[in-house]
Design a protein around this ligand. Structure first.
Ligand SMILES: [Zn+2]
Length: 137
């Protein structure tokens, strides 16, 4: 895999990086030439998730692609989860009062922050690991 990997997404079967293409209507899709898998992202929520994952992972996805589908899919799912948790944190902060803080929201935010750190540590572990058994997470 020598091509620019920004804008690539892992094939769910073989884990190869698939270039993100765009339909005439501007919807992203991928085609795996090896497996024949085609994926179309048709709805705004999915497109937003895809953009977030690609933007977040950017070139670091290079280190995951080709290590097998389980790992690359896990990386995408973990990255998306981190983005969701960060959005939740932002929402919680926006619901906090200016002069008084809701302690339950603060505790919930602490849980979210811990979860984000755990997931980030998991991503770092994936980066360190060699290709090994591609199906073992
Ligand atoms: Zn494939």
């Amino acid at each position: 895999m020598t091509e620019e990997l920004v804008g690539k997404f892992p094939c769910p079967l073989c884990g190869d990086g698939l270039p993100v293409k765009t339909t005439k209507r501007g919807k992203p899709y991928f085609v795996c030439e090896r497996c024949g898998v085609q994926m179309f992202v048709r709805y705004p929520d999915g497109i937003r998730v895809l953009e977030g994952v690609l933007e977040r992972l950017g070139k670091s996805l290079v280190s995951y692609l080709g290590k097998g589908p389980a790992r690359t899919i896990a990386v995408v799912a973990i990255t998306n989860r981190i983005l969701q948790l960060k959005q939740t944190l932002e929402d919680m902060e926006n619901h906090q009062g200016v002069f008084t803080r809701d302690e339950e929201l603060d505790r919930a935010a602490e849980v979210a922050v811990r979860e984000i750190k755990r997931l980030q540590a998991q991503l770092r572990e994936f980066e360190k690991e060699g290709s090994g058994d591609a199906w073992t997470l």
